[in-house]
Design a protein around this ligand. Structure first.
Ligand code: 5GP
Ligand code: ZN
Length: 113
């Protein structure tokens, strides 16, 4: 989708700090990190949200998540990690290209929750 900011990141039209990439999936640091290492995982194909996701795209994306979580664990040594996903404006979605937030946690007062 030409006016989708995450498609532009996939296409290299706007920069992002990449954390992980394979044929189907891209992970990059959130531009406004709620905690250190806050990462977004997206399918390279444009799907608006969970309601549009195919089983195949879902499989591709979630297969990559443990490896990305472990890379974040190694890099940032968090105490835990939240997986967050907003679907639809009323659920807090602001970018309408499916994404999962990986939010490393560092204990009380770390800025999230
Ligand atoms: P949502 O609210 O849709 O679940 O999350 C969208 C996320 O995308 C937000 O956390 C926001 O900071 C992030 N975001 C928005 N625009 C950009 C961008 O251009 N680059 C990056 N890296 N993150 C972005
Ligand atoms: Zn898109």
């Amino acid at each position: 989708m030409s006016d989708c900011i995450f498609c532009k990141i996939v296409n290299g039209d706007i920069p992002a700090a990449k954390v992980y990439e394979n044929e189907h999936v891209l992970a990059f640091l959130d531009i406004s990190q709620v905690t250190k290492g806050h990462t977004l995982v997206i399918p390279k194909v444009h799907k608006e949200n969970l309601f549009e996701l195919t089983p195949e795209t879902s499989k591709d994306l979630f297969e990559s998540v443990p490896e990305i979580a472990n890379a974040l664990k190694k890099e940032f040594s968090p105490l835990g990690l939240n997986l967050v996903n907003n679907n639809g404006e009323h659920a807090g979605q602001t970018v309408f290209h499916f994404h999962v937030h990986l939010i490393p946690r560092y204990g009380k007062g770390d800025g999230f929750g």
